[in-house]
Design a protein around this ligand. Sequence first.
Ligand code: ADP
Ligand code: MG
Length: 240
Amino acid sequence: MIDIEKLHKSFGKNDVLKGISAHIEQGEVVAVIGPSGSGKSTFLRCINFLEVPTSGRIVYQGEEVTAHAAKLQAVRKRIGMVFQHFHLFPHMTVLENITYAPITVNKVGKATAVQKARELLQKVGLADKENEYPNRLSGGQKQRVAIARALAMEPEVILFDEPTSALDPEMVKEVLEVMKSLAHSGITMVIVTHEMGFAKEVADRVLFLDGGLLVEDASPAQFFAAPKSERAQAFLEKVL
Ligand code: ADP
Ligand code: MG
């Protein structure tokens, strides 16, 4: 579904991604793991061109992703994104947050968009919150709205960048539960996470990044039981 070929990304003199090649299959749940500053967010953001790669290619369903505006919009409609800090629209209610892009970008009728949004709110356990504004929600609730908002565009892939890192500990579980049920629904997911238990249990594959390189590409069973590289061993010793 997604081919990442020799991806390089520099910010000025800072070589952040130093040639990453990976392949993501349809329906796969891929956990991206690694130390802070290793390039995980940059890697994720390059997939949908929120960052434009310095060199290398991203091929999405056989077609190269480029900075061409119209094509990029078409690709971004199919790739949802969920951020660490939610990025909800503060001046819109929960329902408006979820229906905004379907109505304006996908030209879905309002009644249809609202109906779909309500189904999604049900799914993430927030059916009673549709008229709230984001600042009246807990972090866990905000992130579940953000997930519902991404799903409202009916994406083929969702990219998650540390979706639980900004949450108080007691709210992590409710978000991971929603993500777990999504994973079982068959949608393709790429998740940057520090939740090792979740990665172990839910991911089909682990990509371990360190210093801008893809150091390991393995099944969770293999990665967590017997990481091949010293760098992954050292990382796991610190976090487990
Ligand atoms: P991670 O998500 O693994 O913590 P990042 O991809 O956020 O790592 O960052 C990797 C490196 O890239 C860091 O040194 C960071 O300072 C740098 N970086 C990331 N985004 C930018 C940017 N927009 N401009 C300049 N440097 C950046
Ligand atoms: Mg990051």
